[in-house]
Design a binder for this molecule. Structure first.
Ligand SMILES: Nc1ncnc2c1ncn2[C@@H]1O[C@H](COP(=O)(O)OP(=O)(O)OP(=O)(O)O)[C@@H](O)[C@H]1O
Length: 761
């Protein structure tokens, strides 16, 4: 039976042709001489191994046929209408790239044409401009800075011989005069060549770029990359056996499915829409498969595929040991629900199970805390509650829903002798989580001695004594109602597990994988550490400090999570265009961020291989003109054929959600509000808060409400102690960054009145 490799084609085929193409490949995998397949060589092709096969009367599949050690190996490139398929087949060459160490397909042009001086395809805007009858929208700013340009030391010859770029690609790259043109060249090259060029254009050294792409440590048993210059020279790029070996490594844009029908189905289904299911970047594959001696942290900007790595890693851990108990967790229940759906898409066969069972458990951290308490004995919960909240507490029957109001009431009752800014509910809440709960403080004496590392505002002994009056009152009022906050419940659950572990009892999980960890509060970290024993592959933590929009930064090391030497960053953005990415990064420029360990977090080096329209910022006179501008932009997207469910309007406050929905509805555009993790529904434009949009993505996005009066929302900042204000302002900036990075293709920002200082440059 012939073996088969699938290539991640750039074109898409529609439903009926898809199932015929799948049928064709299933037959080919069994017998390439089967009647009806019509596997035919081409007349005068660039590569004699190219074949076409008959999918139906109108469509042809394009394949390469290799023979290595007596075995036939077909490479499926894609399916196209008959004439196009013939041209693609005749102009394509399958080869091994000895410098990058991968198989690749190069477009060399039709044989009767001279090898063309390369003309990069113009990047097509996704959306046509608004109809002329509509009022022109006043636009201020924004052309992203031209940051990606190939260093002048790269000549065409060096690109070809040292970096493995095709001759035509090298010429085109040097001829590109803008970032957009360069991205268009990159997008048209074989994938790995494109990634090499992208790295060089970002100023990375060739050695670093190649090391990243050629990494074979990810469990691949096939080593194809030559190790030295001599070896490079010895490799014949056209040799069938060499190409065959490279394809079997399933790297980059190829996946080897051999003669396995299940793998064929999985790879085929992901070809058009869900490439992330099978085609991972070598770095993504490495982090999904590597074994780590302890806790590991994966950082990376929005859209770099952190969630994709977590999903693959969960599957790899399960495959390596089906009796392992694996937890995939995140900040909220809504995001966990989205992880469940994505894991099912990756592999519906994976067992998604209840906590403590072999398989993969997916839940938000607060759900996990509740389950730990439900599964513990009454005595254990009573003891842990007393240990965390004080000896007179033993039940936690009700949830506190209005924490800030309860702090206000506690201040009134306790009337401490302190300046106003130390009595702000937001400050008190953070102090309570990060110091009181994190240190297991139960009385004034504990609080006076507790470590406050990482907290901005210094507090002397007297201030702490006064503050403790508030915390004690806060606890007393909840005692009367048997009520507890979510962070309190997480801290109690962690205490239950720590006591169990100290007595030699079993912990619920063998491996814990975390998404969106930048938003965890201190008790979440306590619980996380307590869920799994320290050891190999215990914790795998994905986070992006630039997306911290809740709570406070707390160093993981305070909770016994040490990632020293085990922290890596993903840089390739799979979600957004280079233009949207440049705009989103400009929102962060000049601002110092630090990661969970308080080390400076760089916002540089992120890149995208796609190009699209430059984002626009529309500054209009007032709120009603802003709604009009939003309606007009949404309408132009809809009339250009964008599906309503692929469009989102993201706003700063709940109040603005209604304003946007009402505006769209009265203009006859179907829309409704949605909260985290879900969209408004089929046929509807989604309107949601920027907070709710975390973790989501849409083809076209309007970020509405970037006016000076809306963002930063001053109620989140005013009244805070000086040292906390910077962090609060940073969260508002991050919120804009989160919102702007939800857009795949097109991004518009609107502001009523004066634009916010956060978007002015
Ligand atoms: N190897 C890949 N091939 C194709 N698409 C990919 C790949 N990796 C990720 N993607 C796509 O890129 C987008 C972003 O991926 P993902 O959500 O994992 O990123 P993220 O880093 O978790 O983003 P955020 O921090 O914004 O939540 C998704 O649409 C995902 O399907």
């Amino acid at each position: 039976m012939p073996h088969l490799s699938m290539m991640s084609a750039k074109n898409k085929i529609d439903g009926s042709v898809r199932s015929l193409a799948m049928n064709f490949l299933q037959k080919l995998q069994v017998d390439d001489t089967a009647p009806g397949l019509h596997i035919e060589p081409m007349n005068a092709p660039r590569d004699p191994r190219v074949r076409t096969g008959r999918v139906n009367q109108m469509y042809r599949a394009v394949l390469f046929k290799l023979v290595s050690e007596g075995e036939t190996h077909y490479v499926y490139m894609g399916t196209w209408p008959h004439d196009e398929a013939i041209d693609i087949a005749r102009s394509s060459v399958l080869k091994f790239n000895p410098i990058i160490g991968v198989a690749e397909v190069e477009d060399r042009g039709l044989p009767e044409e001279p090898q063309p001086a390369y003309v990069p395809p113009a990047p097509a805007p996704v959306v046509s401009p608004a109809p002329e009858s509509e009022k022109p929208e006043p636009s201020i700013v924004v052309v992203p800075e031209w940051t990606n340009i190939l260093p002048a030391s790269w000549t065409a010859e060096r690109l070809e011989t040292e970096a493995g770029i095709s001759a035509a690609g090298a010429q085109a790259a040097l001829a590109a005069t803008t970032q957009t043109e360069l991205v268009a060249v990159i997008d048209s090259l074989p994938q790995m060549q494109g990634l090499v060029l992208l790295g060089l254009a970002n100023g990375d050294s060739l050695a670093d770029v190649l090391a990243e792409l050629r990494d074979d440590s990810a469990g691949s048993t096939v080593t194809v990359a030559p190790e030295s210059q001599d070896a490079t020279e010895a490799v014949d790029p056209q040799d069938d056996a060499t190409i065959d070996r490279a394809l079997r490594a399933s790297k980059g844009e190829f996946v080897f499915v051999g003669d396995n029908p299940e793998e064929l189905r999985e790879a085929f289904e992901s070809l058009d829409f869900d490439k992330w299911r099978v085609f991972l970047h070598p770095e993504q594959r490495k982090y999904a498969e590597s074994s780590n001696s302890g806790a590991f942290r994966l950082t990376g900007g929005a859209g770099t595929g952190k969630t994709v790595v977590l999903l693959h890693r969960a599957r790899e851990l399960y495959r390596a040991n089906p009796s392992a108990r694996i937890l995939l967790t995140t900040y909220s229940r809504a995001l966990a629900a989205s992880l469940m759906q994505q894991l099912t898409r990756l592999d519906p066969e994976l067992p998604q199970v209840e906590m403590g069972m072999p398989g993969i458990t997916i839940a938000g951290m607060d759900q996990i805390a509740a389950r730990v308490l439900r599964g513990a004995s009454r005595d254990d919960v009573t003891a842990a509650t007393a240990a965390v909240l004080g000896p007179d507490r033993n039940t936690l029957a009700n949830k506190v829903s209005r924490v800030e109001q309860d702090f206000e009431a506690a201040v009134d009752m306790a009337s401490p002798n302190l300046p106003e800014e130390l009595l702000q509910p937001r400050f008190l809440d953070q102090e309570y989580q990060s110091v009181v709960l994190a240190n297991g403080v139960v009385d004034e004496k504990d609080y006076v001695r507790a470590s406050r590392s990482g907290r901005g505002t210094a507090l002397n002994r007297g201030a702490r004594q006064e503050l403790w009056k508030v915390f004690a009152q806060f606890r007393r009022s909840h005692h009367m109602n048997d009520a507890a906050t979510f962070p309190e419940i997480a801290a109690v659950a962690a205490s239950v597990l720590r006591t169990r572990a100290a007595a030699g009892g079993a912990l619920p999980f063998d491996h814990v994988l975390v998404d969106e960890a930048q938003d965890f509060h201190a008790p979440h970290w306590l619980l996380l550490r307590a869920l799994v024993a320290e050891g190999e592959n215990d914790l795998f933590i994905a986070e992006d400090s630039h997306q911290r929009i809740y709570g406070q930064k707390v160093p993981m090391s305070r909770f016994g999570i040490n990632i020293r030497g085990r922290s890596r960053r993903l840089k390739l953005n799979y979600r957004t265009t280079a233009e949207n990415l440049a705009y989103a990064m400009s929102l962060l420029s000049g601002i110092e961020y630090s990661d969970l360990e308080d080390a400076p977090e760089t916002a540089s080096g992120y890149r995208s291989v796609r190009s699209g329209p430059v984002p626009s910022v529309l500054a209009v006179a007032d709120a009603s003109a802003e709604v009009e501008a939003v309606v007009s932009r949404v309408r132009s997207w809809l009339s250009a054929g964008v599906y309503p469910e692929a469009i989102a309007v993201l706003v700063r406050s709940e109040r603005s959600v209604n304003r946007a929905v009402d505006g769209l509805l009265s203009a006859g555009i179907s829309s409704s509000s949605a909260s985290g993790g879900s969209v408004a529904g089929k046929g509807k434009v989604t309107v949601m808060t920027m907070h709710s949009s975390k973790g989501m993505e849409f083809q076209c996005v309007v970020v509405m409400g970037a006016g000076a009066t809306e963002i930063p929302a001053m109620w989140t900042i005013n009244g805070l102690p000086e040292a906390e204000r910077f962090d609060a302002l940073l969260r508002e900036r991050s919120l804009l960054y989160v919102a702007a990075t939800r857009a795949r293709d097109e991004l518009v920002i609107t502001a009523a009145g004066e634009p916010s200082e956060l978007i002015r440059r």
